[in-house]
Design a protein around this ligand. Sequence first.
Ligand SMILES: Cc1cc2nc3c(=O)[nH]c(=O)nc-3n(C[C@H](O)[C@H](O)[C@H](O)COP(=O)(O)OP(=O)(O)OC[C@H]3O[C@@H](n4cnc5c(N)ncnc54)[C@H](O)[C@@H]3O)c2cc1C
Ligand code: FES
Length: 281
Amino acid sequence: MSFEIIGKKSLAEGIVEMDVHAPRVACSARPGQFVIVMACEECERIPLTLVDWSCRDGWIRLVFQEVGVSTYKLGMMNVGDRLYHVVGPLGNPTHVEKFGVVAVVAGGVAIAAAYPIARAFREAGNIVVSFIGARTSRLLIYRDYITKISDEMHISTDDGSEGFKGFVTQLLEKRFAEGFKPNLVWVVGPAPMMRSCSVVTKRFEIKTIASLNPIMVCGMGMCGACRVRIKNEIRFTCVDGPEFDAWDVDWDELIQRLSAYREEESYALKLFLESRKVKGG
Ligand SMILES: Cc1cc2nc3c(=O)[nH]c(=O)nc-3n(C[C@H](O)[C@H](O)[C@H](O)COP(=O)(O)OP(=O)(O)OC[C@H]3O[C@@H](n4cnc5c(N)ncnc54)[C@H](O)[C@@H]3O)c2cc1C
Ligand code: FES
């Protein structure tokens, strides 16, 4: 239970991989679940996906992007430091069975979150066809891990520095138009990207599961911060999800709720970065 950081690696600019000693979480973790991390006692609670774990050695692996004060603070911690708290595993595990051909689609830092899912689908006997996309080639984190457990790999970059030039959902659409028809699509990434994916898969009538990432606070169904509208009913992502049928999600509302505190978040980050400069950090 010490939550000591036992490994830290920079995967790309602003993207950190961190291994944390958390044996109880490691021994009950399942693909698709997440933890809530507090870097220090007065720090915010941040949900992060379990990317990997070892029950035998008692560690969990997290990959996060420094986007605001809390993730910056976490990124400033080093091997030997202890996190104040790690709660989990939270959320429902991914439903894994033999579907046939499964397309795993991931964008940006969420590519790491797709890794345990793609691996679990493969271990269940599915043919896994992975589609990963990022702004530019150096942000294609976890590409090697995913390639190893995929039967087919498709890569896109917004700037064309590697693979298909354009969004990963455009690449998926192109493959569908060429006749590729998986039995299931599983998607994770920024909400607008998952919305586009859902539009494409609906047109081609391919069932799609999306792993949602709304703002979360408690992580256990009490605060309502993570509420999402699914088929016109309110559900809490932390306890009812994080995965839902992508066609049932009210994407516009989710995207609007994600930006609800944008002004306050950027102001807090500005103050935080300025205070670091003053302290010479
Ligand atoms: C179930 C779940 C799993 C997640 N797994 C990961 C993960 O493995 N790796 C990772 O890097 N991030 C993950 N996230 C997102 C992560 O929790 C947020 O990036 C983090 O809480 C931001 O905190 P902050 O204080 O640093 O930034 P804030 O100041 O809160 O926000 C800074 C910027 O990031 C945006 N933002 C805030 N929260 C989210 C969010 N939930 N999703 C997308 N954008 C957001 C804000 O709109 C703002 O523009 C996950 C979120 C959920 C709900
Ligand atoms: S985060 Fe509080 S109800 Fe889901």
